[in-house]
Design a binder for this molecule. Structure first.
Ligand code: COA
Length: 136
């Protein structure tokens, strides 16, 4: 919990998503609703999974999800997603979310970390094998 304050975003990586929560995304206390963050994480994690599966995927499990710090309306969120495991039909992705709270003073906080598993599916929504990795 104490290692969340940083001065820069992860180096050498591109975020899958950058998004800013609006007042409509807040809970009754005015902070951003956890369910909204979970939706963004699910979208970000699905992007490398879809590329690796070369087609549609479905989220089968949220293996872990930690809200390390609150997210505030107006934070600029960067969501990074890395594949950590490829199975027969499943792909497991680690997602990290960083918030730029005050963009003029550059306060960057790691707010969320999650691991999700996606299953490659066919046109009938049934699982299908992950295709072999094609070297570029
Ligand atoms: C995704 C779906 C087609 C998978 O079908 P299934 O018959 O349950 O598939 P299986 O039990 O054989 O599991 C498929 C893969 O997912 C993995 N998996 C299943 N449950 C898991 C869990 N709780 N945690 C991690 N991995 C899991 C299995 O290990 C397997 O991986 P592998 O093939 O790489 O070894 C089916 O579960 C489904 O349609 N779920 C709903 C998906 C959805 O609508 N998601 C959106 C949110 S509502």
């Amino acid at each position: 919990m104490t290692d969340t304050l940083q001065t820069s975003l992860p180096q050498g990586k591109m975020p899958q998503l950058r998004v800013m929560p609006m007042p409509a995304d807040a809970n009754v206390h005015g902070d951003v609703f956890g369910g909204w963050i979970m939706a963004q994480v699910d979208i970000a994690g699905s992007l490398p999974a879809v590329r690796r599966a070369n087609g549609r995927v479905a989220t089968v499990a949220v293996n872990s999800f930690v809200f390390k710090q609150p997210v505030f309306v107006g934070d600029l969120l960067s969501l990074y997603a890395d594949i950590v495991k490829v199975g027969n039909t499943s792909i497991t992705v680690n997602v990290e979310v960083y918030a730029e709270r005050n963009r003029l003073q550059v306060e960057i906080v790691k707010v969320t970390e999650a691991t999700l598993t996606y299953v490659a599916t066919d046109e009938n929504r049934q699982r299908r094998p992950i295709p072999p990795l094609v070297e570029e």
